[in-house]
Design a protein around this ligand. Structure first.
Ligand code: RIB
Ligand code: CA
Length: 319
C-alpha cells in the first residue's frame, strides 16, 4: 500500500529536493502540500512550490497557502542561504494556483480523508501544524506519523548557538507541536551528516532538464558546506525526512522535550530530558518522583549510505 503523504514546506532548496524525492518514490503518494513562511516569504515559498510541481508535471498535487507570519515573532528569511526568492535554478511559471482553503483547513481535511493512512511531514516553521493541532487536538492520534525536520536535541544550532532555523523561526508553534504532536523530530543531530557525494552533484549538473535545475538546489554558500570530502558538499536537511519515510534510515529515542519560547540567547532551543530529571515538582530527588512522560521521538542516528542510495534512486528517476 502506498503511503499517503502531506508535505508542509517553506520551499527553499532542500524542501525542493524533498518534493522531488517524494514525487518520484514508488511507495509514496503525495496527496497534498501546504506552504509556510520560512526560508522566504509565504508568497515566494508558495510560488516556488507551484513552480516545482509544474517542473515535474505534477500540477495534480493540490497546494494550500498557510501562515504569512509566525505566531508571535517577526519573520526572518534565509534567502542568504537559499538564494533570491528562496530558491535557485530556473523554474517555470506555475499554471496553477493554490486551493481556496487555508493550510490549516486543508491539513485537517486531509486528516479527515486519509486518517491512519496519512503521514504528515513538516519541514519548515511549524505554524501551520500548530494551528491544525489547535483546531483538531486529536490530529496526532488520527494519523499514522507526524514527522518534522527541525530542532537540535544534542548538538548546536544553525541559526543561533542552540537553535535550529525552523524552531527559532516560530518557537511558540514548535513548542505546541513538540508538546502535543508526539512527532518524529528529525533534527540537526542527524541532518548535519546528510551530505551527498560530489560525484552525485556532478552527474546532475551534466544531466538534461529537469535534473540540471535540480542540481542548482544542491548549491549552497561555501561557509555552509561540509568539507569532509575535500570539496564542498551540502547537508540536505529536509531530504532526510523523505528518506526515512521511504526507507527507514533513522533510529529514534523517546524523550520528554520542551522548546524555549523566551526572547534571548536560548530562543528556540530544544530542552531534551535525556536523564529524565523533569517531573511535576522541580528539583525533587527521590525514587517515587512523578517523572514526565516522553513527548516525542528524536532521530539519534542515520544510515548515511542508505540515505544517499535513496536520494540517488529517486532523483535520478527524472533522467
Ligand atoms: O535548519 C534547516 C531547515 O531550515 C530546513 O528545513 C531548511 O529548508 C530551513 O527551512
Ligand atoms: Ca525547509
Amino acid at each position: 500500500m502506498r503511503k499517503k503523504v502531506h508535505l508542509d514546506v517553506d520551499t527553499g532548496n532542500d524542501d525542493a529536493i524533498l518534493l522531488a524525492m517524494m514525487l518520484a518514490a514508488e511507495d509514496v503518494d503525495v496527496v497534498g502540500v501546504s506552504t509556510v513562511c520560512g526560508n522566504s516569504t509565504l508568497t515566494n515559498t508558495t510560488q516556488n512550490t507551484l513552480s516545482i510541481l509544474e517542473l515535474f508535471d505534477r500540477t495534480d498535487v493540490p497546494v494550500a497557502k498557510g501562515a504569512e507570519r509566525p505566531f508571535v515573532r517577526e519573520h526572518h528569511d534565509a534567502e542568504w542561504v537559499h538564494g533570491e526568492n528562496g530558491i535557485r535554478g530556473d523554474l517555470p511559471d506555475p499554471s496553477t494556483s493554490p486551493v481556496d482553503q487555508t493550510a490549516m483547513e486543508f491539513i485537517c481535511k486531509q486528516v479527515e480523508t486519509y486518517g491512519h493512512r496519512l503521514t504528515i511531514a513538516a519541514v519548515g516553521p511549524l505554524t501551520n501544524i500548530a494551528l491544525a493541532i489547535a483546531n483538531r487536538p486529536t490530529l496526532p492520534d488520527d494519523i499514522d506519523e507526524l514527522y518534522l525536520m527541525g530542532g537540535a536535541a544534542h548538538t548546536h544550532g544553525n541559526i543561533t548557538p542552540v537553535a535550529e532555523f525552523n524552531f527559532w523561526g516560530d518557537p511558540e508553534a514548535a513548542s505546541r507541536v513538540m508538546q502535543d504532536g508526539f512527532p518524529r523530530m528529525v533534527g540537526l543531530d542527524v541532518t548535519n551528516q546528510a551530505t551527498v557525494l560530489p560525484e552525485f552533484i556532478d552527474k546532475l549538473e551534466d544531466a538534461s532538464p529537469p535534473l540540471d535545475t535540480v542540481a542548482d538546489w544542491f548549491d549552497y554558500p561555501d561557509e555552509l558546506m561540509n568539507t569532509e570530502y575535500g570539496t564542498n558538499v551540502p547537508a540536505i536537511h529536509d531530504g532526510v525526512v523523505g528518506a526515512d519515510i521511504i526507507g527507514n534510515i533513522l533510529d529514534y529515542e523517546s524523550y520528554y522535550m520542551e522548546v524555549d519560547t523566551t526572547e534571548g540567547p536560548s530562543r528556540g532551543a530544544v530542552i531534551c530530558d535525556v536523564l529524565e530529571t523533569m517531573d511535576t515538582e522541580v528539583n525533587v530527588v527521590s525514587e517515587d518522583r512523578n517523572r514526565f512522560s516522553p513527548t516525542g521521538d528524536v532521530a539519534e542516528s542515520i544510515d548515511i549510505d542508505h540515505f544517499r542510495e535513496i536520494m540517488s534512486q529517486t532523483i535520478l528517476k527524472y533522467s
